[in-house]
Design a protein around this ligand. Structure first.
Ligand code: ADP
Length: 495
């Protein structure tokens, strides 16, 4: 009887389930988009129950459509949009507030206060993070402060906090397991990544009671079982990792110095720094990549909040394309950006600028500007933001990267990948499976149960689709020169 690993990939815009066979081939996939809620400028929420319902539906679809018996599922791995914060009542299972999404900027003022109170150093030393509304800590505090009843329920132990991994596992285990892994915990601003544990000093700084926090288990270990009420059998949950760390593992960036960039809603560039916590001097984040057999591996990360989301904006708000993949042909309809620079600061600017107040801006519009120029400049902006980050990461690592492994929905765009290669003057390598996030957590689950023997044996399963070499004949220098000038102008306006 063939066995499979089921990966649950709880993304920012959709709930996905993917079944992988022993060759790491995705043999069945189901996906449901869910609502993005924008109650006010800068606020982004999700309905946590909708995430749970769509996720369960995706898992059921994958099992039904592939016609496997649930008993053939060796184990489940769960990967998720990180930082997004859910607080729920442990008796009723109902969230006390919508999930506050990682992109949400409502706590930017509180972050400013923390910076003014000189907490930057303390927080970076303990958590590896910069002070920013992006992370869960200030979002948890906001929910508790927003309603005295919620605060008192939290203090008296009636509520639980979780990122989306924790929320889904709690539901899948019918309320039995309240757990997360260090890759997710290290994005909360409450986790000491040197000591690998929740930090009392930070909890008191954010005024968050410890009893709402989940237990932190290894990223690759059987730490819970799905309740048999769902599929008739208790299926082990053996892998948990935040989406970007899972993608790092799925790209088999398991050695120190290995690097990948994921082009999803945002762009997330991550480098494995091995057993050492490297503190960035260039506004990158230090984070836990995973913990296996009790041993922590660290990573450096640079984030861009808006990447594929910019393409969604072209589709949904500007209406110049009908679906995301059309952007490639539209951008190819012109042979340059026509002097346009698109600063994709639709949710502020993350690394290395960390300006929550920056707004999206299009520079250089003339009467000759066409939709094609806007589309091309939008693709360039994704690659330019990645370039901003990689330059700083190279400084932290003290090396020039010779190649970049890529994945995520927008990495299927050949033009974008070619532009990226030109702008970095580096080979860009795309694997056959761009579902690297799901694959990574499937690997973590399968290693825990012995479905796959060890990391070296996984190397044969990683297959290249295509690589892109830099094309020297393009006007790369001019694009970069305008970008630097214009982004600095934008940052000055906000000062
Ligand atoms: P996430 O996991 O963050 O939800 P995905 O990895 O599924 O994201 O990628 C989806 C994102 O990629 C969307 O924002 C979409 O606009 C963008 N995208 C998908 N296909 C393309 C394409 N061919 N060109 C550019 N962007 C694309």
């Amino acid at each position: 009887m063939n066995k499979y690993i089921l990966a649950i990939d709880a993304g920012t815009t959709s709930s996905r389930a993917i079944l992988f066979d022993k060759n790491a081939e995705p043999i069945e996939i189901a996906q449901y988009e869910f609502n993005q809620i924008f109650p006010k400028e800068g606020w982004v929420e999700h309905d946590a129950l909708e995430i749970w319902n769509t996720q369960l539906k995706a898992v059921r679809d994958v099992i039904n459509n592939s016609k496997i018996d649930p008993i053939q599922i060796d184990s489940i791995g769960i990967t998720n949009q990180r930082e997004t914060t859910v607080i729920w009542n442990k008796k009723t299972g109902k969230p006390v507030f919508n999930a506050i999404v990682w992109q949400d900027r409502r706590t930017a003022d509180f972050c400013d206060q923390l910076k003014k109170n000189n907490k930057t150093e303390l927080i970076q030393n303990k958590t590896g993070l910069v002070i920013d509304a992006y992370f869960s800590g200030t979002k948890i505090k906001w929910i508790l402060d927003n309603d005295p009843l919620i605060r008192s329920q939290a203090n008296s132990g009636e509520l639980l906090f979780g990122t989306i991994d924790t929320w889904l596992i709690w539901n899948l285990t019918n309320g039995k397991s309240h757990i997360t892994d260090p890759s997710n915990a290290s994005r909360t601003l409450l986790y000491n990544i040197k000591e690998d544990g929740w930090d009392d000093e930070l909890l008191s700084l954010f005024d968050i009671p410890k009893n709402i926090l989940p237990k932190v288990v290894d990223s690759s270990s059987t730490s819970a079982h799905i309740d048999d009420k769902f599929f008739g059998v208790k299926i082990p949950i053996s892998g948990i990792a935040g989406d970007q760390q899972a993608a790092l593992f799925g790209q088999l960036c398991t050695e120190q110095g290995d690097i990948k960039n994921t082009y999803g809603t945002g762009c997330f560039c991550m480098m494995n720094t091995g057993k050492t916590f490297v503190k960035s001097k260039n506004k990158m984040l230090s984070t836990i990549a995973w913990r296996i057999d009790g041993e922590v591996t660290y990573a450096l990360e640079g984030s861009v909040f808006v990447a594929g989301a910019l393409i969604q904006w072209l589709r949904d708000k500007l209406g110049i394309i009908k679906n995301a993949s059309e952007v490639e042909n539209l951008a190819k309809s012109v042979d340059s950006n026509g002097g346009i620079t698109f600063i994709p600061a639709l949710s502020g600017l993350a690394a290395p600028y960390w300006d929550p107040y920056a707004q999206g801006t299009i520079f250089g519009i003339t009467r000759g500007t066409e939709n094609g120029h806007i589309a091309r400049a939008a693709l360039e902006s994704i690659a330019l933001r990645t370039r901003d980050i990689i330059i700083e990461m190279e400084k932290d690592a003290g090396i020039k990267f010779s190649s970049l492994k890529v994945d995520g929905g927008a990495s299927n765009n050949d033009l974008l990948m070619q532009i990226q290669s030109n702008l970095l003057n580096t080979n860009v390598i795309r694997p056959k499976t761009t579902e690297t996030t799901a694959l990574g957590v499937a690997f973590l689950a399968g290693l825990a149960t012995g479905f796959w023997k060890d990391i070296p044996s996984l190397k044969n399963l990683w297959i290249k689709d295509r690589s892109f070499q830099p094309n020297k004949e393009t006007d790369t220098d001019k694009i970069v020169e305008l970008w630097i000038k214009r982004i600095n102008n934008l940052l000055k306006i906000n000062e």
